[in-house]
Design a binder for this molecule. Structure first.
Ligand code: COS
Length: 383
């Protein structure tokens, strides 16, 4: 399954480097991270030391400018080992990418070299308690007063928001204008009137913190605005279009891990005096799982390649990649639990973790219902 003839030497080298770190250093810690919810500091440091935290950052700011496909290859490998670490790895891109394409020179210089080196992590904050799919319905508001914005309200579901050195936060500067009233601001921890709220207790990706953010008369200098006032929604959508294939890559990594675990178990486990892998019922399940994972991988790579080639819009392919790969990961991980039977349902084996971790890939960065909406809109055009 690794004969991806279309990869360049650089992409292959990045994948192999990520694979080595993931399998040798990150995978052995994954069950502990899941059990305790500990933040994977060491794992992220390892990725940073090898230059992998800045794959999306331009060379001028200390990054590798490796492109979307290279990033997806690395994300798959990290997710194979530990989906929680992969989530933070992905958010480094999700939170940092808006600065790459919408940041001023000063904003780029301030944040990108530190993101690329892994000195700081990034986060992205769009959702609120009452607005997830309907992102333009946000209530957290900023009012301009001279050279500052005064922000009041709360955000929710912010991956890595408690640890990030910079957060791209989307607020409304004009509620009645919905999408056209959204503005993006760069926030740093320690600002007066800004606090990190509840850390959610989740089904999976336990080492990856998901928090609320609260703003109470929090003053943010105008030079922290990303893009123009009212341009925030487009910045968010463009970022998500760029980022959704990377969630697909995470899902492929989880699916591949589940397939590998189920395959190994089926060859070991004996029933009726033979390995269960000798039964066609199991063989067909494994074959279906392999088809689905490999097919999803190719769709993810295709979407990432379109982005690397700078096509005007990859919205449809990006949503297809995220939706297909995450539905696949959920199905494959569930089937892996089934193949392991009672053992699969216990914490003695990693497949129940894969099943819990896979679920979030169908939800975050736009539920799979929203992905289907985007795909249908692209397919049908304006009706
Ligand atoms: N790139 C650039 N601009 C985009 C875009 C994209 N991929 N998709 C939409 N836009 C623009 C539109 O062109 C429109 O601008 P114009 O009026 O100038 O044409 C503007 O954004 C508003 O678009 P639209 O009217 O489609 O917005 P809706 O409020 O109907 O919302 C969906 C569209 C549902 C697709 C959007 O809200 C969405 O993606 N929701 C899910 C959000 C999400 O993923 N949240 C997870 C957060 S990260 S955990």
């Amino acid at each position: 399954m690794n004969q991806l003839y279309y990869l360049t030497d650089d992409q292959r080298a990045i994948r192999d480097l990520a694979r080595e770190i993931a399998r040798e250093r990150i995978a052995p810690l994954a069950a502990h991270v899941d059990e305790t919810g500990e933040y994977p500091h060491e794992q992220l440091k390892l990725l940073a030391q090898q230059g992998l935290m800045g794959l999306h950052v331009p060379e001028a700011y200390g990054g590798a400018a490796a492109g979307s496909l290279a990033f997806c290859l690395a994300a798959e490998e990290v997710a194979w080992a530990c989906a929680a670490t992969a989530t933070i790895f992905l958010v480094q891109n999700l939170g940092g990418y808006p600065i790459v394409f919408a940041g001023t020179e000063a904003q780029k210089r301030r944040y990108l070299p530190r993101i690329a080196s892994g000195e700081i992590t990034a986060a992205f904050s769009l959702s609120e308690s009452g607005s997830g799919s309907d992102a333009a319905g946000m209530q957290c508001a900023a009012v301009r007063k001279g050279d500052r914005y005064v922000v009041n309200g709360s955000k929710m579901w912010v991956t890595n928001g408690s640890h990030a050195g910079v957060i791209t936060v989307f607020v409304t500067t004009n509620r009645s204008q919905r999408a056209k009233g959204v503005t993006a601001l760069l926030i740093e921890p320690g600002l007066k009137g800004f606090s990190v709220g509840k850390n959610e207790r989740k089904l999976g990706i336990h080492g990856s913190p998901t928090v609320a953010l609260h703003f109470s008369d929090c003053e943010i200098p105008v030079e922290n605005r990303l893009g123009e006032e009212g341009e925030g929604f487009k910045i968010a959508m463009r970022t998500l279009e760029h980022s959704r294939p990377t969630i697909g890559a995470q899902a492929v990594g989880i699916g591949q891990a589940a397939l590998d675990a189920a395959t190994a178990y089926a060859k070991e486990r004996r029933a009726f005096e033979q390995p269960i892998a000798a039964f066609q019922g199991i063989q067909f399940m494994l074959a279906d799982m392999a088809m689905a994972v490999h097919g999803s991988r190719l769709v993810v790579h295709h979407a990432a390649s379109l982005i690397d080639h700078g096509v005007p819009s990859a919205a449809m392919e990006s949503s297809i990649a995220k939706c297909m790969a995450s539905d696949t990961a959920m199905k494959v991980a569930t089937d892996a639990v089934q193949i392991l039977g009672g053992y699969g349902y216990t914490r003695e084996f990693p497949v129940e973790r894969y099943m819990r971790d896979a679920k979030i890939t169908q939800i975050y960065e736009g539920t799979n219902q929203i992905q289907r909406l985007v795909i249908a809109q692209q397919l049908l055009g304006k009706l």
